[in-house]
Design a protein around this ligand. Structure first.
Ligand code: ATP
Ligand code: MG
Ligand code: MG
Ligand code: MG
Length: 559
């Protein structure tokens, strides 16, 4: 492609409304333009990257045995009424009415639609399992569309749905998809972590999110360096509310509670400074470290103890189980002087209660973790470890990081098939609901996530696998005949092997270099003063490495 012909409207200035670096660079580099809040056009450069991401996704989905189809974006309201989601989904679902007053939704997701398709067809165990996917535009009227493609109202998603006769079969496919997702994000060049996630309102139990690590991310994940374990603690809102930072866990102060008998005593003993950031409390039960993450939830007044992270193998100083305490309405514990104190009070109160069996919190705890009876324990068995900046020389092994949810895999079970009467005949000839899984990837969000991780102060640094072109060929001085002649020749030759963007514009070198850095193709070939000697300069965008080479050696140098 000759750059003189490419529709690539670049900007020198940072667009005023663009907070996220990926949003700024996509607009400045001429990859996209905004048409309305959360609604964008992908210009040729952006479209090429999207295409490359989709190719990787298609290759890996097909290789994993899934089949591509394409469903409509417009879906009849009746399907959403069958599952009750027409009501539940709320204002995020975009709705419209046709000329006959029939109601429709713009697809935010396609569980209902796919289930309506298969319910008449997948009627025997002999036809199972099946995994169907599409790459399609989704619509969600997000409360806060922001950060460009990271949270759009119209966006591209790869969504797939699998159907099974047995739970074991679903489990197997879940692992298959989990592995396919890992290959996809590896190939795209993202640093990510699969994390245990909250199954929330959809029900079902197993679900993982694939979180691309980036400061702009709206999710907070907790992980350790020494194990593959990680989880979404879904406390980003709480962090905002308490004005806390999701930074690494700092110091751990080990407090011996042997001589303290009451909650108040323990709280006093912990001597929590109002400036201390407390995100969780570790304590020791029967030689096992237990970590509680505490957060407030305005919607629930009751105390719910959720074993969000329990049972997983976490390598810390000691083996640990993590409990997520939530549902604590701030302000119910009497006079509270600072948000941090609220968290500390709750931490102390509910941990002690949960472990010592002092009140109903324990009921919830034992309810969610029934195989462990902790009721025999007393304060004497506890060792509190408070994270924060109180003993600041020791850094903790549990870390917090911000993540962008680029994908999610989910065992749906029979929620949709039961509601919509999607059954199959099992081997004994009895009708049973189809067992389902669903698996999503935010295609357009992934594009932005890549940039969040791969840029420098001059622009984007595309990983090879998704770059809009492989090679940026630049004729530095278009008035110099030898340069133009050699650049033309290289353009022809390299184009048989590579996607080449050829900057043939009559612009100053400085302008060309600035644009080249901005759009970030992996390899740049500068055809300059030494063109007459058959020598060009190769620059690697990611490392800044520059080397001269003869034209004969060039193919070897750039592979
Ligand atoms: P989020 O928590 O960010 O709102 P979600 O959990 O609602 O996302 P899913 O229903 O799991 O999203 O959809 C599958 C994937 O679609 C997500 O993992 C994400 O990558 C992508 N996605 C969801 N909402 C958006 C959006 N508004 N803009 C861009 N991508 C999105
Ligand atoms: Mg959402
Ligand atoms: Mg989510
Ligand atoms: Mg999700």
């Amino acid at each position: 492609m000759k750059q003189s012909r490419l529709f690539m409207p670049t900007l020198r200035e940072v667009p005023a409304d663009a907070e996220a670096i990926s949003h700024q660079l996509l607009v400045r580099g001429g990859f996209m333009r905004q048409n309305a809040a959360g609604i964008y056009s992908y210009l040729p450069l952006g479209h090429r990257v999207l295409h490359n991401i989709q190719t990787i996704i298609r290759e890996e989905m097909n290789r994993a045995g899934a089949q591509e189809l394409l469903m409509p974006a417009i879906q009849p309201a009746e399907l959403w009424e069958e599952t009750g989601r027409w009501g539940i989904y709320g204002p995020e679902l975009m709705r419209l009415t046709d000329r006959h007053d029939r109601r429709f939704a713009l697809g935010a997701t396609h569980e209902e639609l796919i289930t309506s398709i298969v319910r008449d067809e997948l009627n025997s165990y002999k036809k199972l399992p099946v995994n169907l996917y599409q790459i399609q535009t989704k619509y969600r009227d997000e409360r806060r569309p922001r950060f460009g493609l990271l949270r759009g109202r119209e966006f591209l998603m790869k969504d797939s749905y699998s159907f099974h006769a047995t739970q074991d079969d679903l489990d197997e496919e879940y692992t298959n998809m989990y592995n396919a997702y890992s290959r996809i994000f590896d190939r795209i060049g993202l640093k990510y972590r699969p994390v245990v996630a909250d199954s929330g309102a959809i029900g079902g139990k197993d679900t993982h999110e694939f979180q691309a690590l980036a400061e702009i991310g709206e999710d907070t994940i907790v992980y350790t360096d020494s194990s593959t374990y990680a989880a979404n603690i879904e406390m980003a809102e709480t962090l905002d509310r308490y004005d806390m930072q999701a930074a690494d866990v700092l110091a751990l102060d080990k407090v011996d509670t042997k001589d303290n008998k009451t909650i108040e005593d323990v709280a006093r003993f912990l001597n929590v400074d109002p400036k201390t950031t407390i995100k969780s409390v570790l304590f020791n039960v029967d030689g096992e470290t237990v970590m509680a993450i505490v957060r407030g939830d305005h919607e629930a007044n009751d105390v719910k103890v959720k074993n969000a992270l329990g049972g997983l193998d976490i390598q810390m100083e000691e083996e640990a189980t993590i409990i997520d305490l939530f549902g604590c309405e701030p302000g119910t514990l009497g006079p509270i002087h600072s948000p941090v104190k609220v968290v500390a009070d709750y931490a102390v109160k509910y941990l002690v209660d949960a472990v010592c069996g002092a009140n109903e919190a324990n009921t919830h705890y034992t309810h969610v973790n029934a195989e462990r009876d902790l009721s025999h324990l007393t304060y004497h068995d506890l060792r509190f470890v408070v994270e924060g900046d109180m003993a600041p020389d020791e850094s903790g092994p549990v870390r917090f990081a911000r993540g962008i949810e680029v994908g999610q895999v989910f065992k749906l079970g029979t929620r949709y098939s039961e509601a919509m009467g999607a059954t199959f005949l099992n081997e004994e000839g009895r009708a049973e609901p189809l067992i389902m899984g669903c698996y999503g990837i935010g295609v357009s969000r992934t594009l932005s996530a890549v940039i969040e991780q791969h840029h420098d102060d001059r622009g984007i640094v595309w990983p090879k696998s998704v770059a809009p072109f492989d090679v940026h060929l630049i004729a530095i001085n278009t008035k110099d005949e030898a340069q133009v002649e050699l650049a033309n020749r290289l353009y022809d030759e390299l184009s048989s092997t590579y996607d080449v963007l050829y900057d043939d514009r009559k612009e100053r070198a400085g302008v060309k270099f600035a644009d080249a850095d901005l759009i970030g193709l992996p390899i740049r070939i500068n055809v300059g003063k030494k063109a007459s000697e058959g020598i060009v300069e190769v620059k690697v965008r990611a490392t800044g490495e520059v080397l001269e080479t003869t034209v004969d050696e060039l193919p070897r140098v750039i592979t």
